[in-house]
Write a protein that binds this ligand. Structure first.
Ligand code: S3P
Length: 168
């Protein structure tokens, strides 16, 4: 059974873009739990938060994680808050190799966060989120990818480790 390749990290750390790059270079299917949640809910994430609340979003996210974890050899991009529920991470770690891209906060802050209800237009929120979550990202990652200047460099590092692990 081929392991999944799981990407965790802060909102704006480039998980989705990385998943596309890795899916192309490794020839694997890419899935994104945020997109799975939006499809299941039939509406975009900001609307789910506004109309149904964060807990409803987290429940949908846990279901998306359960489904994604059942795949084989997929690249799975996750939402930044996936680490908040231990059961999510147990499921993802069970069938996948988990990578935390620890991109610098200044690079993350320069991204567009308008579609992210927990960050929005307040970059200070990013610092608080990072302080709360960095220990969780570190705890649940099999591999931590330190800041790289480009996404391509991060993709190369992750791809090399993944291929090496799959050969073991
Ligand atoms: C969230 C991050 C978002 C999305 C939702 C909640 C979070 O995903 O799942 O808005 O709690 O950090 P990205 O990390 O892809 O922005």
């Amino acid at each position: 059974m081929q392991s999944n390749l799981v990407l965790i990290g802060m909102p704006g750390s480039g998980k989705t873009k990385l998943s596309y790059a890795l899916s192309q270079s490794l020839g694997l299917l890419a899935v994104d739990t945020d997109i799975m949640v939006e499809v299941a809910a039939g509406k975009p994430i900001p609307q789910i938060f506004a109309e149904d609340g964060e807990q409803a979003f987290r429940d949908l996210e846990s279901e998306a994680v359960r489904q994604a974890s059942a795949l084989e050899g997929a690249v799975i991009a996750t939402g930044g808050g996936v680490v908040l529920r231990p059961e999510n991470m147990e499921a993802l770690r069970e069938t996948g190799i988990v990578f935390f891209r620890d991109r610098s906060l200044s690079a993350i802050a320069a991204e567009d966060h308008s579609g992210r209800p927990l960050v929005g237009d307040n970059p200070e929120r990013l610092k608080t989120l990072y302080a709360q979550r960095a220990p969780l990202y570190r705890k649940y990652a099999h591999h931590i990818v330190a800041h790289t200047d480009t996404l391509e460099e991060a993709a190369q590092i992750i791809s090399d480790i993944y291929q090496e692990e799959c050969q073991k």
